[in-house]
Design a protein around this ligand. Structure first.
Ligand SMILES: NC(=O)NCCC(=O)O
Ligand SMILES: [Zn+2]
Length: 676
């Protein structure tokens, strides 16, 4: 990496600010069970086989990303034992050790002993609170970023290097960026992004935008899915005159997505309405950043969301609504997700069942399991007769999520009240512990996913009225940050499962770039930061306030994304065989966000000055410690492109629904032709 490039990455302040306390007193453990035994090596090789990453390694040394230092440091060890923390997955949490080797999680269990060549991060004691231990581990996945994006006549100030360095410092270990076609060409756009991503320092995937429609685009979509590892395409319903597509194109795109098993994503704002709103503001003489919010009210977001959902329903294909910013859009998603629940079925809270540690909004599905309803259960049991279930449920047992034996049993036996019924059955009472820990994914109504972003969950639009242009302009993004009230409603929707996962839409422009629109809000490049702040802010906003549980946190920041984009449990889980992308978060430490210490290249930060509880103290990416004690060590070129296969769980049952639709047509009707 060029030294000049390195210098542009902002430093973690040295000396000026108190450092977070060291998480881990490193030590070597002697005389333990040898994890390099032939058996373990065999397991490792077996686990390595299904890896689907396409490596795009550069020829770089391992270097420190801190500003100006440019010092080379040695590669961090690839054998790591994290001792004594609470391992949190979306389905379950437990105190356990995690052993990592060669970039993979090898083992998650109690009392792992290792040889002296293993680096031990011992979290025990230091982080255990009176009621429970509180070290939470998993790497976050940001489903929505724009690094190195050319947009509104300029290019984002964060490229793949600085954006990813910032991500790692904040505990995000993978992100999915949007490839923008070049003059409508997907292939040219893809190649351009492969080039942009050359200096990557962590794993990443690609979505792709569709900005025009013709035979070549249609064929290229196929190529992208079948050969390039893209399983999602985004349609901009806004940005008239540049990225915006028509309903006709959207329909073509939805059909194509469905045939390829790719997820259609929408930026849902009525672009014609926005153009009209902008004209109105300019006519009224409102040219400052507040004009941005005023010109694109939430009704335009609600309308486009409703339209996209209806068109996707018409085609019968899944839809993913990016950056849900308003109550209007969220309510359309809520309505759609409830829409098709067959009568007689309901959602029940799991509270109070045996040893279940479930809190709202965990739900169990109290009705027949059909292929329309993906219910992914994890059963914990010490009842010998059924303890095999938790083993068979290992995602690495060779079964896909939807063909696990137990789900198969539920489906085929057509049991009504299958789950709750079984749990309440007297035969198992008193035999031991039994619990459903969580329903990982529930899909009941239309296949609609709603993604709020950190800015929409936390901020309100008041600062767009700030008299200082630079301050106001940094909040300009689309759809706009809404007036107070929308944020709280989005939080509630997230905590109750109406919205599923949290992105950032990290799309940074510095104050010089934002000043392009000093005389006209329409020229202010749209976008805010968040890739570094997401994990901290969501922890503080949602977990610290009790709105969601720790396992929910993992689900909305990591697991749901991995499941939707079909890379679970390689990503999004702390399980044997998963990639070793791990964070260690200390809920007793505090964070403070500051433009002076963030790792983005931007000279502004919309969260500047925010403080909160919960600090990511260690980030492990690809099995290497890349963030520890406030120091970032990254290797440009080490980031791997993660291919994402089509036909995620969201497509489960689509064919059956199509068949049902066709058989319901009662057509074509045979008529007597009287004319003959
Ligand atoms: N959101 C935003 O303002 N900028 C990035 C482009 C987009 O996602 O609309
Ligand atoms: Zn975006």
């Amino acid at each position: 990496m060029a030294a000049a490039e390195q210098r542009q990455v902002r430093p973690w302040p040295t000396g000026a600010e108190p450092r977070p306390p060291s998480l881990a007193s490193r030590r070597k453990i002697r005389n333990g069970f040898n994890l390099c035994s032939p058996l373990v090596l065999f397991v490792l090789v077996a686990l390595l086989l299904p890896a689907e990453s396409q490596q795009m390694h550069g020829d770089y040394g391992f270097c420190d990303a801190r500003c100006g230092d440019a010092e080379l440091s040695s590669t961090s060890p690839t054998k790591i034992l994290i001792k004594g923390g609470t391992v949190v997955n979306a389905h379950h949490k437990e105190v356990a050790d995690v052993y990592v080797q060669d970039g993979l999680i090898v083992s998650v269990m109690h009392g792992i002993k290792v040889n002296e060549d293993v680096t031990v991060l011992d979290a025990t004691g230091k982080y255990v609170m009176p009621d429970s231990s509180r070290v939470n581990e998993t790497g976050g996945i940001d489903p929505h970023t724009h690094l190195g994006m050319e947009f509104m006549g300029t290019e984002t100030i964060d490229d793949f290097f600085s954006g990813q360095a910032a991500a790692l410092a904040g505990g995000t270990t993978m992100h999915i960026d949007f490839v923008i076609p070049v003059n409508g060409s997907l292939s040219v756009g893809f190649d351009a992004y492969v080039n942009k991503a050359k200096n990557s320092v962590m794993d990443y995937g690609f979505h792709m935008a569709i900005t025009k429609w013709d035979e070549t685009v249609s064929k290229d979509m196929e190529l992208m899915v079948k050969e390039k590892g893209i399983n999602s395409f985004k349609f901009f319903m806004a940005y008239k005159g540049s990225l915006m597509i028509s309903d006709e194109l959207l329909l073509q795109g939805l059909k194509k997505c469905k045939s390829l098993g790719a997820i259609a994503m929408v930026h849902a704002e009525n672009g014609d309405g926005v153009a009209e709103g902008q004209k109105k503001m300019i006519d009224l003489g409102i040219k400052g950043p507040e004009g941005h919010a005023l010109s694109r009210p939430s009704v335009l977001e609600g309308e486009a969301t409703a339209r996209a959902i209806r068109l996707a329903t018409f085609i019968n294909t899944p839809l993913y609504v990016v950056h849900v910013m308003s109550i209007d859009a969220m309510e359309e998603i809520a309505k759609a997700r409830k829409a098709e629940q067959p009568s007689g079925m309901s959602l029940l809270p799991l509270q109070g069942l045996g040893s279940v540690h479930c809190k709202q909004p965990y739900v169990a599905y109290n009705g027949p399991i059909t292929s329309r309803h993906l219910c992914h259960f994890l059963i914990f049991s010490d009842i010998p007769a059924i303890s095999w279930l938790s083993q068979t449920f290992s995602p690495f047992s060779g079964f896909s999520q939807t063909s696990m034996p137990f789900l198969g049993f539920l489906r085929h036996s057509r049991v009504s009240l299958p789950f709750i019924g079984i749990l309440e059955h007297s035969r198992i009472e008193g035999f031991g512990k039994l619990g459903i820990y969580e329903v990982l994914a529930f899909y009941g109504g239309r296949r609609v996913i709603g993604e709020p972003v950190v800015s929409g969950l936390i901020l309100d639009d008041s600062l767009l009225w700030d008299p200082d242009f630079t301050t106001a302009a940094k909040y300009v993004m689309s759809p706009p940050i809404r007036e107070s009230g929308h944020d709280k409603a989005l939080q509630a929707a997230l905590s109750t499962g109406v919205l599923q996962l949290v992105g950032t839409d990290h799309c940074t422009f510095n104050s010089t770039q934002k000043a392009f629109g000093v005389d006209d809000f329409r020229k202010i490049p749209n976008g805010v930061n968040g890739i570094e702040e997401r994990m901290h802010l969501i922890w503080d906003l949602m977990v610290e306030t009790g709105q969601i549980s720790v396992t929910d946190y993992v689900r909305i920041t990591s697991t749901a994304c991995a499941q939707i984009f079909n890379i679970y449990p390689k990503k999004g889980a702390i399980l044997p065989g998963s990639d070793a992308d791990i964070i260690i978060l200390n809920p007793n430490s505090s964070f403070e966000i500051s433009v002076g210490s963030h790792h983005s290249r931007s000279d502004t930060n919309v969260y500047d000055g925010r403080k909160g509880k919960g600090k990511v103290e260690v980030t492990i990416s690809q099995g290497r410690i890349v963030w520890e004690e406030g120091k970032l060590k990254v290797e440009p070129g080490s980031g791997r492109y993660v291919k994402m296969p089509p036909f995620s769980y969201l497509f489960d049952g689509i064919e059956k629904a199509d068949e049902k639709y066709l058989s319901s047509l009662r057509a074509s009707v045979k008529r007597i032709n009287y004319a003959m």
